[in-house]
Design a protein around this ligand. Sequence first.
Ligand code: NDP
Length: 609
Amino acid sequence: MSSRATGNLDKDIVRRRYAEERAKRLRVDGPDQYLRLTGALESYLDDPHMPVTPREPVTDHVTFAFIGGGFAGLMVGARLKEAGIDDVRIVDKAGDFGGTWYWNRYPGAMCDSASLVYLPLLEETGYMPTEKYAHGPEIFAHCQRIGRQFDLYEKALFHTKVTSLVWEDDHSRWRIGTDRGDSFTAQFVGMGTGPLHVPKLPGIPGIEEFEGRSFHTSRWDYDYTGGDAAGSPLHKLADKRVAVIGTGATAIQAVPELSKWCKDLFVFQRTPSSVDVRNNGSIDPEWFATIASPGWQERWLESFASYANPREALSGISAASPLKDMVQDSWTDTGRRLRSVVGGIPPHERTPERVQAAYEDCDYAKMAEIRARVEAVVDDVETARKLQAWYRYFCKRPCFHDEYLQAFNRPNTHLVDTDGQGVGRITPRGVVACGREYEVDCIVYASGFVVSVDFKSLLGFDAVGSAGMSLSESWAKGMRTLHGMYAHGFPNLFAVWLAQGASQRSNVPHNYAEMSKAIAAVVRKAVDGGARRVEASAAGVDEWIEFLAANAQMASVDDCTPGYTNNEGREPDAAERMAYLTYPTGALDYFRFLDEWRRSGEFVGLEFG
Ligand code: NDP
């Protein structure tokens, strides 16, 4: 009997199937299978959105420089301005603010998390998003709004890559060099380039031989496809055969749009995504007025975090007054289920084994429903079977869409499932998979972004600290920070990354929202007290790392199909594992800790001098 018919699951069968699907996909090259866009492939990185404007090199001094103009830079910049630090310069390789939303203008791009929790600084800007899940152009425009409101444009440097960052001890300041010939100084520097900002291509033989048009989804070529990011028809594709390689969160959004306009669309799949209901809709201003009382966005952020993360969902069961699920969507559904099932176990029987088993049951049931949805939506039985995901819910980034599966019912949209093996070769004419060549005019690489703990290669530079030692030398045995933000030997430097802190991936901006408040408070205190340098003490870092390591709950890579969330199935080495350390009792507890730490005014672990 099909799972659709019964909803019942033989857990052993499912577990075996999960293991088979994982084994099929494991590769010895793990994360090294992907191609960096250098040399002949560098042109894939060109900015199709805005021309680079010539300008003179900058050689001045600012109080605070931030590397990265996405959400992290905008939030830190805004909080610094609120704290009275006027002299803030944001530097970005893009032509404007927006980070991922500057680059990712592919058709159908939208936010996967509800806009009321995803868009930063909504209360501060007084902006009400138009949809429950905002589309890309609206999010990009919101980034520009923040830039304007907090006066961050004036000193910003766009289309500029930082190439060096060196501490000048005599002057207690950083010197910043860029690929535009700039050499300016800053008393404080923040680094926040986002977890997914370097596009990658699959390491498929022959990729340079293709004679048609090809591009990465984060560099969409509307000149070629016609249309625009706002949703105008991709009319130039009407006579084109197009290949999409990859079926992650990006492809799930782009495929429905391509399917509407291409003559033929071939979707090359290595691993299917789980695609749950999206249920988007416009936000009613009258309803919004009822929720938008002061502090509303913080309450929504907390509520979302307490349902969208399994650990928080579980700890919420024993909370005296558990938070209400305000967002009420497919993300938070996982937490609601978990709470209800585990909450139904009498407290004295709630052993770790029972809780784990209940968690597994919820997970298996959720995935069975998602597979049943495929059967219900996709007409062709064989295509539906191939679109079903066989792994646990959080093994890959969960996806949500109400037109993706439906697209495969169009006669022009063809799923090419590679049974876990991926595309075999690119030829001058097209794409080879499972021994067959598909001739196409255009290849769209929806192949994602570099995910690595090698921050030097991600950043494109290596900070050189007070002892003349680089950050990568200092962290040769693994990343070591206080709160995930401050490193000993690197004064006045703030990292706005996810590691060794909350590491909340279900809503990345929430991490930045809390970290930016802490940074603004530290800088304000330094400036008020006349301190020229602020630095994490060696003891402060040691204590933080010991605290995280002693209570580490390392995510296992054992039972998931490979992907960027589990280092492509390769067990991290000892140094890499340091970047997987997170606050032991979950994101919300980390945020509360950080809030108290900041409000106390003592800034334990930092030294001001
Ligand atoms: P992903 O890394 O998630 O997906 C890459 C895809 O390429 C996978 O399906 C992968 O298959 C496939 N692939 C890789 N190599 C091959 C090959 N040789 N042959 C065929 N297929 C191959 O990248 P995305 O850009 O889709 O998403 C990245 C992240 O960006 C998301 O996980 C999400 O965090 C974020 N995002 C957020 C959005 C938002 O709303 N906030 C919207 C879109 C993206 P396999 O799975 O087998 O590795």
